[in-house]
Design a protein around this ligand. Structure first.
Ligand code: NAP
Length: 285
């Protein structure tokens, strides 16, 4: 069996067209959805990420502001900027690009963002909302993975999902989202004793580790759905995921490529969250 690709670029295009339509409808009511992206310091990868996020906003008709600060900005100054954005009615979503310089407490900054504008879904209130099934913003990467499963009409009820990785931004929220859709969920991490024994039982595998070839063909049950969140470089310096793509695609029923899989979906879900924040604000929620 050669797996069907779940094309993150194609799905993103569809979803971004819907975002643009809804953004235009809001604009007609006098509200332009707005995202503020705050970058502190000159981390090369972060600069690329924020540029892509701002461009994606512009392409979908969202207003976006990029605030760039020197690496020596103080924590108090950054907190004051976040507070100003919290109070700015033209801004519906606030994203502070991580990592922050070491002298700034990233968690403190995230907690300073209003949960109503926490479009990254990293605030503790957003995490609590996800855990309890209350309305809130879901972290963009696992949210994008859920949209990918939805796009292939996959019913998670009663399925066994194995998530490899337990970070606060990918693995843990991913597991909660799968659980909310009635999958039976196993979370694996660096202390998991026999990863292969776990993944071989899975109907759905989400790899979110950050190491090449964490998942190889011999670890996958025939017909499983495999989502690859990882972003690594291979020996030639090319972007690759956590999954041995060429091997696993011969066993899985569906697989996401890297690049062109989960990556574009992450930015797309940021747009969706920003739009939803604006719609809620417009509705006075
Ligand atoms: P992270 O915070 O470093 O977490 C990695 C997780 O993998 C940890 O929970 C770790 O376990 C676990 N792990 C490490 N080695 C393992 C092993 N051999 N077997 C099983 N589990 C293992 O990383 P992250 O932020 O979640 O990101 C994960 C990957 O996704 C990275 O490559 C990142 O670049 C990528 N990513 C991509 C997107 C996107 O848009 N495509 C977005 C976010 C992240 P412990 O907890 O025990 O240490």
């Amino acid at each position: 069996m050669t797996a069907q690709l779940i094309d993150g670029n194609a799905l993103s295009k569809q979803l971004r067209a819907q975002v643009a339509e809804r953004a235009a409808a809001l604009k007609a009511q006098g509200v332009t959805p707005g995202l503020a992206v705050v970058l502190v310091g000159d981390n090369q990868a972060s600069q690329v990420y924020v540029r892509n996020k701002v461009k994606a906003c512009q392409d979908s008709g969202l207003h976006s502001v990029l605030e760039k600060y020197e690496a020596d900005m103080s924590e108090a100054e950054l907190l004051a900027r976040v507070e100003a954005l919290n109070n700015d009615p033209s801004i519906h979503g606030i994203l502070v690009q991580l990592p922050l310089p070491a002298h700034i407490d990233a968690q403190k900054v995230i907690e300073a963002i209003s949960p109503l504008k926490d479009v990254d879904g990293f605030h503790i209130a957003s995490a609590g909302a996800l855990m309890t099934g209350m309305p809130g913003f879901w972290p963009c990467t696992p949210y994008g993975c859920m949209k990918m499963l939805e796009s292939i009409g996959y019913d998670l009820k009663g399925k066994h999902a194995v998530v490899i990785g337990r970070s606060n931004i990918v693995g843990k929220p991913m597991a909660l989202m799968l659980l909310q859709k009635n999958a039976t969920v196993t979370i694996c991490h660096s202390g998991t004793r026999d990863l292969k024994a776990q993944t071989l039982q899975a109907d759905v595998i989400v790899a979110a580790v950050g190491k090449r070839n964490v998942l190889t063909a011999d670890m996958v049950k025939p017909g499983a759905v495999v989502l690859d969140v990882g972003m690594n470089r291979n020996d030639e310096g090319k972007l690759c995921g956590d999954v041995d793509f060429d091997g696993v695609r011969e066993v899985a029923s569906h697989i996401t490529p890297v690049p062109g899989g989960v990556g574009p979906m992450t930015i797309t879900m940021l747009l969706v969250n920003t739009l939803e924040a604006a719609e809620r604000a417009a509705a006075g929620a």
